[in-house]
Design a protein around this ligand. Sequence first.
Ligand code: AMP
Ligand code: ZN
Length: 143
Amino acid sequence: MTDSNCLFCKIISGGIPSYKVYEDEQTYVFLDIGPVSKGHYLVVPKNHAVDLQSGTADDACYCLRTVHKTASVVMDALGATGYNLGLNHGVDAGQEVFHTHFHIMPRYAGELRGFTKLSPADHELAEVQQLIEAKMKEAGLWN
Ligand code: AMP
Ligand code: ZN
């Protein structure tokens, strides 16, 4: 189930490039290009649904399974000591991309900051992606 007009469906199919973090049969994971913290990433179901409530409960569970699988590896890769997990459901909650996605925002000791977006350069995002890819490979989680 894909929507040819959907940005995240295009990312999942490789039509638009992304900084890949992880992938399995049901989910695709990539860095947010407008992160609020270093390593901020998105977990999306491969099945298109405009939001969590429109998708299946199974897809919601697959996404949380992926959060559980990936978050420790990402924290380890980047030296993060915690993370925030978020989901914006609907325009009034600030949803901008209408394909279900969970935000995972790594946090760092002594750097408590809010949800203001950073503006990393491409090479900074690429460096973060490489650190994560290396740890995913060590953990046997890279496909
Ligand atoms: P939301 O407001 O929950 O819909 O979040 C959408 C998120 O997608 C924002 O944090 C954007 O920075 C992020 N985003 C938009 N376009 C891309 C893209 N091409 N690659 C990665 N993240 C993106
Ligand atoms: Zn989609």
